[in-house]
Design a protein around this ligand. Sequence first.
Ligand SMILES: [Zn+2]
Ligand SMILES: [Zn+2]
Length: 282
Amino acid sequence: MSRIDLHLHTTHSDGSLPPAGVLALAKQAGVSALAITDHDIVDGIPEAIKIGADLGIEVIPGIEISSRWGDAELHILGYFLDWKDQALNRRLEQVRTGRHRRNPQIIEKLNALGLALTYQEVQELAGTESVGRPHIARVLMQKGYVQSAKEAFDRYLAEGAAAYVPRELPDPAEAIAWLRAARGIPVLAHPVWAKQDEAGLLKLCEKLKSEGLMGIEVHYSTHKPQQTKDYLNIATRLDLLVTGGSDFHGVTKPDIEVGIGRGGLKVPSKLLEPLRKAATTS
Ligand SMILES: [Zn+2]
Ligand SMILES: [Zn+2]
């Protein structure tokens, strides 16, 4: 029985290899079908499909969308999506930048710290639609609150500093809805990230299913055997599709290999047909 790998990253997000490099490794590992699932971007898909056709590997269009659930980040994988869908691409663009809502929040925090500036002043200085933290730093310099952009970042704007605002992310329900609207199959990635025990995770998956979730990533490079069993149980109880993948990133996760994860991963190719069937009937 051949293996598949439905969770792979390339240089189009935070992976270190381009699609061609990932596909070459997949070929070596005996992977018969795979999905490129870059974070919040679909740009690697056409290239991967083309190379896959040459290598005899089926490439399923995929993506991984980051979302926020309380203090946890939940990642929603999407499969067989219409990656050219314009609404989806507009939404992904928003997730990637997230700036238009983040900047005023940074200004509010600075105001609360006693620094008098308005977002309008920052926009005027920037003179572009693409306003970012460097522009805020320059207004702080002009007003004499800091001596340099470095000081502005160190004291206020860098991650962990006084006026830092994390990147805004959609709710899991939004990410799921976006994928469904683009005829994709939403799947909860690496369920361990939800930081729940089995009962808590079951409840979460029930809620996500009511919001359109269709699958759960049961097989994953770092899942322990008991976790794989628990997630499989949840999938069976809730009638969710089962998927799996390595989450290969290249040099940033050097212990994870395409197709085999840390060596013990084997995602059976028989999981693909139910996924494909769901894609054509949903
Ligand atoms: Zn992830
Ligand atoms: Zn991933």
